[in-house]
Design a protein around this ligand. Structure first.
Ligand code: NAP
Length: 250
């Protein structure tokens, strides 16, 4: 029970990696806030966790809308009195095109969700954490924040921004005992990669490029998230841990 009674918001926990992280936190004793735009899914996850005797609530969140972030944070503070952990996991990647063909609308949408959404959630939750002089923020980035992934220009730019955002927030908020770190997967078997995986050639090329020759499962991201949220990582801040099967070694 490494997160006993901690209050943890996991953005984008209606599916995929965020859902697995939220379940992992709940199994470690945390009160988890399941959030995203798809409330039916959020409520289903909460029901499942409650049926196992774990602690969770569902709150609707759209990270591209400031009022939605404010509403969520106010509701969590009203209910629990504090926020111990924020996982900025919400993310999208709707375009697979060369830079010259990437529509500006897609660029704007990706930056607004992945980068600006991460900043705004960190800012609003950060104010609460500064007040309580304690907190953990974990930002979901990608190997695409470190090396080029062709046809993903906006996605890579957004994730590189998150790597730097993580460093700046860590530097500014260390004085408030707030640790800010990132997690950077390569490719994970979630809905997010369903399109890529449905193309046999792309799927096998991506697996072949990875030293481990496979995608990760969402569960393989959870242990690092628990570690970064727990007291075990109390002297680590500003880092991004890449869970990439060796992608960045070659
Ligand atoms: N899968 C991979 O290969 C991979 C690799 C590296 C990094 N990542 C990162 O991991 C994170 C999770 O991805 P995943 O693979 O688990 O994909 P996923 O199953 O599609 O999950 C994405 C989550 O983001 C939420 N989301 C999207 N737009 C949102 C918005 N405007 N407001 C609030 N929540 C929003 C979605 O919830 P709603 O639709 O309910 O809003 C969903 O829960 C993303 O940041 C992604 O970039 C994934």
């Amino acid at each position: 029970m490494r997160l006993q009674d901690k209050v943890a918001i996991v953005t984008g926990s209606t599916s995929g990696i965020g859902k697995s992280i939220a379940e992992g936190f709940a199994n470690e004793g945390a009160n988890v806030i399941i959030c995203g735009r798809r409330q039916e899914l959020a409520k289903g996850i909460v029901d499942e966790l409650l049926s196992k005797g774990l602690k969770a609530i569902a709150i609707r969140l759209d990270v591209t809308i400031e009022e939605s972030i404010d509403g969520l944070v106010n509701q969590v503070v009203d209910q629990y009195g504090r926020i111990d952990i924020l996982v900025n996991n919400s993310g999208i990647s709707p375009v697979w095109k060369r830079a010259e063909d990437t529509p500006k609308e897609a660029w704007d949408q990706i930056i607004a969700t992945n980068l600006t959404g991460t900043f705004l959630c960190s800012q609003v939750v950060g104010r609460v954490m500064i007040e309580q002089k304690n907190g953990r923020i974990i930002n979901m980035t990608s190997v695409g924040g470190e090396v080029a992934l062709p046809r993903l220009v906006a996605y890579c730019a957004s994730k590189a921004g998150i790597v730097m955002l993580t460093k700046v927030l860590a530097a500014e908020w260390a004085q408030h005992n707030i640790m800010v770190n990132g997690i950077g997967p390569s490719f994970v078997e979630t809905d997010f990669t369903a399109g890529l995986r449905s193309n046999e050639k792309i799927y096998s090329d991506l697996k072949d490029k990875n030293p481990l020759k496979r995608f990760a499962t969402p569960e393989e991201i959870v242990g690092t998230a628990i570690f970064l949220a727990s007291d075990e990582s109390s002297y680590i801040t500003g880092q991004t841990i890449f869970i990439d099967g060796g992608w960045l070694t070659i």
